[in-house]
Design a protein around this ligand. Structure first.
Ligand SMILES: [Zn+2]
Length: 302
């Protein structure tokens, strides 16, 4: 099961306790995956069977209306199944839309009304419905990305405003005919999961995040160690070349004995780090460092 369907299953196991929240959740669901068809039919379409069932029972509980559950296999050529709840009569459609404050001066308005999301419990319920209707999330192992998709820009903006009430900054991007409200960081995605009530998914996300961070730390350390090793080898190479040059130019025998013994040690242990050469000669590392610099300097003048 994908991470997105895991979240949806968890949300669908959540029991909605208050009528205010039932209304808000249904409103979120309808705004994100509902449409008014010609003839005044209301159609709520989703690829998630559980979300369709949830919509069906919320409509029944709140309005006493029995929608028709439709399934349509092989939709969009993807071989998946599409589910829909259809409200067939304009009267019932109107009753539902009015009850969710989606009617404004006799026209349908797919916006989030204040009275639907008055309380924090209802704001959470609305966002839960919105996620069931138009939400998806990437596998956190691969990438951090959670989004809500809608063809309606004003609805996308309303959703951003709702998240800002929880201190979260969502962004909107246009993708073809859709407006996508999205989050890109593991912290924000974790907050969203908490807000909509997917606490198991939240814990799973945090586990993935910890594992990924551990893995990155190890990789960084390995890279850093090998970079240091490369640096040691490069420096040793420069020192060796300098010593050869001094020998070739006949400067070797006239050098101070400490420099000579250092040079000989370098030639004997061409890839040893300075600390090892220092301990072989019984002096400090900074002393050897100083002598090596001196050797390189002398060779440049030679
Ligand atoms: Zn509520």
């Amino acid at each position: 099961m994908s991470f997105a369907s895991e979240i949806k299953s968890e949300l669908l196991r959540t029991e909605v306790k208050n009528t205010c929240c039932e209304r808000a959740e249904l409103c979120g669901l309808i705004l994100f995956c509902g449409a008014i068809l010609p003839g005044g039919k209301l159609r709520i379409s989703t690829e998630n069977a559980g979300a369709a069932r949830r919509g069906f029972s919320l409509i029944k509980a709140l309005f006493g209306i029995r929608g028709e559950l439709l399934t349509n296999t092989g939709h969009k050529g993807k071989g998946g199944t599409a589910y829909a709840i259809s409200i067939e009569t304009p009267g019932e459609t109107l009753q539902i839309l009015s009850g969710l404050s989606l009617m404004e001066a006799k026209t349908v308005s797919f916006r989030v009304r204040e009275n639907i999301v008055e309380k924090p419990c209802c704001m959470r319920a609305f966002l839960r419905g919105a996620f069931l209707g138009g939400g998806s999330v990437a596998n956190p192992e691969k990438e951090y990305h959670l989004e809500f998709t809608t063809p309606r820009l004003a609805l996308a903006q309303d959703t951003v405003r709702l998240f800002s009430a929880f201190g979260l900054t969502a962004r909107i991007v246009q993708r073809k005919a859709s407006h996508v409200v999205y989050f890109k960081s593991s912290e924000e995605i974790g907050d969203v999961l908490n807000i909509i009530g997917a606490s198991y998914a939240y814990m799973e996300l945090m586990n993935v995040r910890i594992l990924k961070e551990k893995r990155n730390q190890v990789n960084r350390r390995v890279n850093c160690e090998s970079a240091n090793l490369d640096k040691t080898v490069d420096a040793a190479q420069v020192q060796k070349q300098a010593i050869y040059r001094l020998q070739k130019k006949g400067k070797f025998s006239s050098m101070a004995p400490q420099l000579r013994e250092t040079a000989e040690m370098r030639l004997a242990f061409p890839e040893a780090p300075l600390s090892e050469i220092a301990s072989l000669l019984g002096v400090s590392k900074s002393c050897i460092n100083h002598r090596m610099r001196k050797l390189v300097e002398l060779s440049e003048k030679a």
